[in-house]
Design a protein around this ligand. Structure first.
Ligand SMILES: Cc1ncc(COP(=O)(O)O)c(C=O)c1O
Length: 473
């Protein structure tokens, strides 16, 4: 079918029929119109009723196509102002959606809303527009339909047994974690788990938790708010030097993928940290925030597998699914499981329906399928980022890209702040490495950007990459 609509002053030729069905055809046609600039940012689209009448198709088909494009970030829908083309969408002639095409030099600058960055490459978030809504809904429906009525009570402070059992199986298979469902505690993300551990360690008389020279200030802050000191371990070309541990009561590390530098903990230092824990009775807190996303070879297995009696394994759905779910998990040494459950308490729990949904998502195989397709998407973006930087800014070295959703771009000395400032003027939000550096870090400061290439929706990826290339020295 070929048709056009002239409602609300918009005259647009659409060919929504294709072998894959009307809804898909209309979605593709509209996406294409936005991507190529035929529908400019801010354009108000006709109501689903009038577009359906114009095209001679069912209203639901139009409503569903609009909903798909809102979820992907191409359109926005607001009560009272209808459906519009999103402001952050650049008209672009390069790169296929989701393929991470490399932008050519010299593309015209894009318009942006004043005051608010049009693009973000800040690390810390997956592509929220690709959250598997349909699969999640299916899992939620099945979970609710089959949940026993008593699942809706206050329940076990450790979390739903269905989820703890599903996680024990998944973590053993995918991450090499040795887990018994009884030693797993469900939390509202990693941060919640860290708060619980801070309280538990403080109550046990621990005063100091060593952390890495590079990391997240907000996590160190959670430990400090429990009264713990958080000195930094040295960092060198092999990564975090765990050989420098002495009488601290615990250490917080990111062994599979150092955040943000991006390398795995060196094998000698993996052994060193476990030996330190055995020798001193210390505890290793293993932050496995994005262990699923490794691109060039098998993921590095969890450190916890080396000594489940001395390592607390911490995982989260924030990178693999979405931070808004606020779902995380701890696998505790059996001797600490009861104490941790008490530190968490009965009140401070996570919603049962989301826990049951995640359990269903894991056991049905939907989680594996989602991670596999997300891995492909992020891998393409990573390759496009590396290719674009090599082409447009050969002075800049891209590092830490074997895994995860971010890369570290090493800049010429003394340029980090000016690049970030230039990015702000271009409407691009960026983080420099200085933002992630511990105030007591001993190593020479490096000028670098921490680029969260997983963050933008597909619709904004090419524009974000182009904006980045423009500001690189
Ligand atoms: C290093 C690191 N650890 C853990 C997390 C996850 O934290 P949460 O589960 O509280 O969202 C993140 C998310 O940005 C992270 O970057």
């Amino acid at each position: 079918m070929a048709n056009s609509w002239a409602t609300l002053g918009v005259d647009l030729h659409l060919e929504p029929a294709g072998s894959s069905g009307l809804r898909r055809g209309l979605t593709d046609a509209l996406r294409d119109a936005v991507r190529t600039g035929r529908l400019a940012p801010g354009t108000r689209l006709p109501s689903s009723r009038s577009l359906a009448a114009d095209l001679g198709i069912a209203r639901n088909t139009v409503a569903e196509a609009y909903a798909d494009l809102v979820a992907e970030g191409w359109l926005t829908a607001r009560q009272g102002s209808g459906t519009q083309v999103a402001m952050g969408v650049p008209p672009t002639s390069f790169g296929q959606r989701g393929t991470g095409g490399v932008p050519p030099a010299g593309t015209a600058p894009r318009r942006r809303e004043p005051g608010r960055p049009a693009y973000s490459l800040v690390p810390g978030s997956p592509d929220l527009a690709s959250f598997p809504r349909t699969e999640w809904l299916k899992a939620a429906r099945r979970a609710l339909a089959t949940a026993p009525f008593d699942a809706l009570g206050y329940g076990d402070p450790r979390g739903r047994p269905e989820l703890r059992t599903a996680l024990a199986g998944y973590l053993a298979r995918a991450r090499g974690v040795r887990a018994d469902p009884d030693s797993i505690l469900i939390t509202a993300g990693f941060s919640h788990a860290l708060r619980i551990l801070g309280a538990l360690l403080g109550a046990r008389g621990v005063r100091t938790v060593a952390v890495e020279s590079y990391g997240l200030d907000v996590h160190w802050g959670l430990l400090r708010s429990a009264g713990l000191a958080t000195p930094a371990l040295p960092y060198d070309e092999l990564g975090t030097d765990t050989g420098a541990l002495s009488d601290e009561g615990a250490v917080l590390v990111t062994p599979a993928h150092q955040f943000p530098m991006g390398m795995p903990l060196h094998p000698d230092r993996r052994t060193a940290v476990v030996e330190w824990a055995r020798r001193t009775g210390g505890l290793v807190l293993e932050d496995d925030y994005d262990g699923e996303f490794r691109y060039d070879r098998q993921p590095v297995g969890a450190l916890q597998g080396l000594d489940p009696g001395r390592v607390v394994y911490l995982g989260t759905a924030s990178k693999s699914l979405a931070p808004g779910l606020r779902l995380g998990w701890m696998v505790l040494p059996p001797s600490l499981a009861q104490e941790a459950a008490e530190a968490k308490g009965r009140v401070d729990t996570c919603g049962v329906l989301d826990q049951l949904t995640l359990a269903e998502f894991l056991t049905s195989g939907a989680y594996d399928r989602h991670v596999r397709s997300a891995r492909l998407r992020y891998r393409r973006r990573r390759d496009a980022l590396a290719a674009a930087v090599a082409d447009r800014a050969p002075e800049v070295r891209v590092t830490g890209i074997a895994a995860g959703l971010h890369a570290v771009l090493r800049l010429p000395p003394g340029t980090e702040q000016s690049v970030i400032q230039a990015a702000t003027w271009q409407g691009l939000a960026l983080h420099g490495l200085a933002f992630h550096r511990h105030e007591q870090a001993l190593a020479e400061p490096l000028d670098a950007l921490v680029v969260g290439y997983g963050t933008p929706p597909d619709s904004a990826w090419a524009g974000a990459l182009e904006a980045l290339c423009r500001v690189l020295p």
